[in-house]
Design a protein around this ligand. Sequence first.
Ligand code: C2E
Ligand code: MG
Ligand code: MG
Length: 542
Amino acid sequence: MNAPTDATAVLLTDSNSRITRINPAFTALTGYAAEDVIGQRSATVYLPAENEPAHSCVELETLKEKGIWSGNITLKHASGKIINGLQTTVSIDNEAGEISHFIHIIQPPESMPGEHHQKSQLPNRQLFKEVLSQELKNARRKQTQLGVLLIDVDHFKVINNFLGFEKGDELLQMISERLNKQLRGNDLLASLGSNQFAVLLPELAHPEDASIVTRKLMKTLERAFQIGGQDVVVTLSTGIVIFPGDGDNSESLLQHAEKSMYDVKAAGRNGYQFFEASIHNSALNRLSMESEMRKAIEREEFVLFYQPQIDIESGLVVGMESLIRWIHPEKGMVPPFHFIPIAEETGLIGPIGEWVIYEACRQTKAWQEAGVGGLKVAVNLSGRQFTDKQLLEKIATTLKQTGLAPDYLELEITESTIMNDIESTIKVLEELSEMGMALAIDDFGTGYSSLSYLKRFPINKLKIDKSFIDDVITSDDDATIVAAIIGLSHNLKLNVICEGVEDIDQLHWLKENKCNEIQGYFFSKPLPADEFEAFVRERNGL
Ligand code: C2E
Ligand code: MG
Ligand code: MG
């Protein structure tokens, strides 16, 4: 039996703001079951009070001083709705007199004294953008897709004039309730202003799923609303954007969704449209890219840049990552992000990748002969190269041709490449390792590799992804993850390097937490060969 919604909801958190217990009234109020939230940070269920970013600090100060705090809070319902409430928090001390737990007692709005029944509100534009930014970060990290629907209620002005403002608002409320019922737990419905809604669809398996949801939303409105003794039928015009592809921040995604929504309006309303301009452009781009890339190999338009890898203890350069650049005759320098994915799809990564390995080995050997020795060169291998049956043979030939000893070559493979086919991957890795090469897992933390597998791989190094380093100072979660990965690496006798170190605070933190090496703009961007050589000579005192 469900607890009545007006019962007092109780939430227990530990001193690290992790939720340790909830009662049934909390579930009834917020829609979260115990298994959804226990072990999560309390920020999962609370929204920071608006205009009061220091909310939790104020709360904490008062608690330390008085042992009790009371005030207004905002909770996020599992469905995305917002719930206002009055909360009283009491701190519980352990034997040493330190705070060990907090008990939060929440009175839902219905039972708040002096207030009439308050309807649940949807998140507003500001909040939607914040959540979207956060989800974009997750999508980048996990390499998943997300969708945003921008929904406009057709002819709402006419309906509003007809019904009157009060009834108009009531209708919007009824619409939002019906829409919400069609959404999954992780989807978020927001109100963007008078008659516009936005829906965030995180972790979309296929872009088409966004249109399936849109059709469901349209369908649920086919049944008339009864309002003020009238039957009212409303229709929707929806613009759809998908990340990645249609924008890379919340602002641009919303703009593009809005553009598509207006296209639907212009085409007669009651429909939906994807932001196809980007799909169209990228397809065109792809075709011309492919033929130009074929020529680029012959015309020798590819070059390698090198980014120093620094030993955190000695401060010396101990290696470099080779990073490809395309010097296009008209477009100038094209970053790998623009052409590597196309090269992978078309198979052009084969010849390009072979050139990269050759050039990196040749250059490293040349530096050794010029007195800039002892440096390991890291080369990125794409998944497609890794499944090439002749990979081992090709590398052996390259080493022979260039005269580079295998212990100076390190191959970087991403987690997803490894997880594609674990058994055959282990075999190839073992052979590479027997040949004397070092193996590193790139972008570690972004994929889904199970940590228990790491033991089975003959790898030497983990490269922790930049996205974790970005927030290592500002996010407790990221700091915990990075510290755990470093600890794990040491346990497994792996070297650990962090990428994307941009400032001194990150450097200090990583040094304190015993990271071995770092790579990032703080020391240097990737450099052309001659500038890299000058950098090493200066830094290593050669
Ligand atoms: P990656 O292997 O993870 O390389 C690290 C990327 O992070 C590089 O981008 C580097 O310039 C950038 N980076 C390093 N430190 C910082 C920093 O402090 N701040 C910021 N904002 N960025 C930093 P780049 O050169 O654009 O390469 C992007 C990706 O392209 C590489 O990611 C790699 O996956 C791929 N790639 C590059 N060269 C090759 C190649 O020769 N073969 C293959 N298969 N892929 C390559
Ligand atoms: Mg790399
Ligand atoms: Mg990386």
